[in-house]
Design a protein around this ligand. Structure first.
Ligand code: BGC
Length: 384
């Protein structure tokens, strides 16, 4: 969508008072385009800590973000006719995020994805992390960055608006060495793109792999499965896994497998093919080796299009990998933001990242961060 059309849509929606398609139980993002993000009370954790909900809007895109986990609680986009829907799975209350959430919308760290046996050796010292996914450590352990309260500051910079989220993870937290100072900027650009800039520094050598765990459904959360979404991923190889979803170390060709998304195809097209890797993931839950590799600036890697609404999302990143997770473990055991039950395949994640279990695979691009270095990663979502 052109900037002018998105700006027009944003202005129309604001003046007409048609904010949100009514799919979100909580009030929609009220910030006018280009205006400073607004803060409201969202809830309190069991220990009394206040959690805020920040709302921001720009270029026709609206977003609500929680200080808890840096969670994108809603992401509202217009369809072809200008009707808004919340395209991210989540909840309308803090209690459900704490008790039920499979990382809906959250910032993931210190290490996104799995580390085999929850253990790795760095500079000759072995470290043990909490196991929270069978025999492995997933998404930073039992109390990862998704369960921390972040310090949030709003900003307006030229045509951009956004939030700066900061968190300091202590030396030894969740078993990881080094105090890690993390800064994540969520920016909504004047053209309505959502840009994420991750930065981190450490006091001791450590491993870092930060990502975002939004579950998308471009037809609107709670509207059913995502199998009709047409997905293209610029990756000729992927990392096959064992039965516990740990990479074998091989970079296998996608050609002739259900993992071939080099030409756009519906997410559901091959999800029932009886391929051993599909059985391990109960669908697709794999890291794609992006053809472009690591880049200094974000390169396009993904296009996903939902035919009924006409919404399209493109993703560009500096990262070398992408976990495509087709929402396989959503099992109908709870309802989301709009009160509709989430079942298998009702949302998908596209997590830009380094490869899973990199600390145990010297042949994979390194995830080691040393004092004096700055971890940098950028991912841009654009919408049309
Ligand atoms: C993983 C899935 C996991 C999910 C948790 C994804 O990033 O790849 O295996 O079940 O996170 O919600």
């Amino acid at each position: 969508m052109t900037t002018s059309r998105r700006t027009l849509l944003a202005a129309t929606a604001t003046t007409a008072g048609t904010l949100a398609a009514g799919l979100s139980a909580a009030p929609a993002a009220h910030a006018a385009p280009g205006r400073r993000p607004a803060r409201e009370f969202f809830g309190r954790l069991a220990d009394g800590t206040r959690v805020d909900r920040w709302t921001l809007a720009n270029g026709g895109t609206r977003m609500a973000v929680l200080s808890y986990g840096g969670i994108v609680q809603s992401l509202e986009l217009p369809d072809l006719r200008g009707r808004y829907a919340n395209v991210s799975l989540g909840f309308d209350n803090l209690e459900d995020y704490v008790a039920l959430s499979p990382y809906f919308g959250a910032l993931i760290g210190r290490y996104g994805n799995r580390i085999a046996g929850g253990t790795f050796t760095l500079d000759g010292t072995a470290y043990q992390l909490p196991l929270n996914n069978g025999p492995n450590s997933l998404h930073g352990g039992t109390q990862g960055f998704d369960k921390r309260v972040w310090d949030v500051e709003p900003f307006v910079s030229g045509p951009d608006v956004g939030l700066t989220l900061r968190y300091v993870s202590g030396d030894g937290e969740m078993g990881y060495p080094g105090a890690l100072s993390v800064r994540v900027d969520y920016t909504l650009t004047g053209g309505g793109d959502w840009r994420i800039d991750y930065r981190a520094t450490t006091t001791r050598p450590t491993v870092v792999n930060l990502t975002s765990h939004v579950y998308f459904n471009l037809a609107g959360e709670g509207s059913g499965d995502v199998y009709d979404h047409e997905l293209r991923i610029a990756a000729a190889r992927y990392t096959p896994v064992d039965a516990t979803l740990i990479p074998t170390g091989e970079l296998a060709p996608v050609a002739g497998t259900p993992f071939d998304f080099r030409r756009s195809k519906p997410i559901g097209a091959d999800i029932r093919v009886s391929h051993p890797q599909v059985l391990f993931g109960q669908g697709i839950d794999h890291n794609f080796v992006l053809d472009k590799g690591i880049t200094r600036t974000p390169d396009n890697i993904v296009t996903v299009h939902e035919p009924r609404s006409g919404r399209t999302m493109r993703i560009a990143t500096t990262e070398p990998g992408l976990q495509f997770y087709s929402g396989n473990f959503l099992d109908g055991s709870f309802a989301g933001t709009s009160g509709r039950v989430y079942r298998q395949g009702d949302g998908f994640c596209l997590e830009t990242q380094h490869y899973p279990d990199s600390p145990n695979h010297p042949s994979f691009p390194t995830t080691v961060l040393r004092p004096g270095e700055t971890y940098r990663s950028t991912t841009v979502h654009s919408f049309a």
